[in-house]
Design a protein around this ligand. Sequence first.
Ligand SMILES: Cc1cc2nc3c(=O)[nH]c(=O)nc-3n(C[C@H](O)[C@H](O)[C@H](O)COP(=O)(O)OP(=O)(O)OC[C@H]3O[C@@H](n4cnc5c(N)ncnc54)[C@H](O)[C@@H]3O)c2cc1C
Length: 434
Amino acid sequence: MAMAWDFETEPDFQRKLDWANDFVRSEIEPLDLVLGDPYNKGDEQAMRIVRPLQQQVKDAKLWACHLEPELGGEGYGQVKLALLNEILGRSRWAPSVFGCQAPDSGNAEILARYGTPEQKERYLASLLAGEISSCYSMTEPHAGSDPGLFTTQAVRDGDEWVIRGEKWFSSNARYASFYIVMAVTDAERGTRGGMSMFIVPADAPGLRIIRNVGLGTESDDTGSHAYVSYDQVRVPADHLLGKEGAAFEIAQARLGGGRIHHAMRTIAQVRRALDMMLERAVSRQVRAGSLASQQLTQQAIADSWLQVEQFRLLVLRTAWLIDKHQDYQFVRKDIAAVKAAMPVVYYDVVRRAMHLHGSLGISNEMPFSSMLVSAEAVALADGPTEVHQMTLAKQLLRNVKPADGLWPSEHLPTRRLAAQQHLAQRLEHEAADI
Ligand SMILES: Cc1cc2nc3c(=O)[nH]c(=O)nc-3n(C[C@H](O)[C@H](O)[C@H](O)COP(=O)(O)OP(=O)(O)OC[C@H]3O[C@@H](n4cnc5c(N)ncnc54)[C@H](O)[C@@H]3O)c2cc1C
């Protein structure tokens, strides 16, 4: 009998996951502690170490699993990708070694979906092969959450588009070979219809990184979120990505996948924080015994496990819905829910784990401080929590009708009266039979 619900992983794929788990822990996590930025393809020494590892991933049929086979991926779907990403998310380098790192993964998806054959040949092929990095340049210094306020402009001039404006927090711009830039092409038409996407080569005259901004306490030279100036940057007309005016639709297609993939990787980080919490609880002694024997520690552990497992189920269910419907718009509500839940579970579990480690936890000898910054980063990147809460609530409210009359439909006296009327005849029969 076919099962309606099944939480088992196919044995074949489970073997792949087991291999990936061992491989990430033994071969990739050491890279995190020694090598520089995974997006810097110009770091020859790092690339010499990484290329053979990428080959092993390809041999294991786990390369670029977010993509369909015609684009060099495996086409496993989102549930299997989630199971893999909750391993890869442990490590800074793992997504690049497995060919599924953001923002390149999202950029590859939109190039594949909206790009012309020439654009795919020039930009997509080497991106998919992991030979170059890319950047997505949308947010502006004065406006992020509301794209309706963006002012970077692209004006058609003969066979070229001329782009002028500034962008903010364009991740990995310093290592990117090309940028995907969102610009206003028809101010009258607003976000839907008035904005377009462009592919801009990194060496286009007029494109300048004003500075590379870091997260938290990262030093200026390691920051990788660029403040970028586009000063009359000219790109050929064929560098428009998708139709003129279609930027909003393209951005939604890109960000839908991006958001759920971040969530899959976040599961790895919160599990890691929980594991550290468990180890600390049984290792650290107070006079009454181990921290693990203290009920308040037990409460912190129980609350954390519950939050992690609830979040994981929400992510897996959403991945399953994407596989089933093959439409990010259709699962907007679910993706918004995942996006809003993600920073809460991330922050709560990491903060508890950090606290349980005492002064060591807050020191730079443990990873908790940067994990806390990451928890806040996922509350902002791809849109702040509030915007996703609004999307979720609006979707839930969409088909709800107001109550008839003065009282809510669950008002007990009103329901009781209706129930008595509904059953009146049968109650009369019963009374007559006695
Ligand atoms: C790690 C990281 C990487 C990023 N990478 C990129 C990238 O590669 N490319 C790119 O283009 N952008 C990138 N961003 C930018 C990101 O998309 C923006 O930070 C995000 O859209 C929010 O915009 P903002 O920072 O301007 O905040 P604002 O729009 O100024 O919002 C600030 C706060 O105001 C509140 N708020 C805003 N709107 C509403 C509302 N409607 N209702 C209620 N409250 C509201 C929220 O509390 C919000 O956190 C990245 C951000 C981070 C943190």
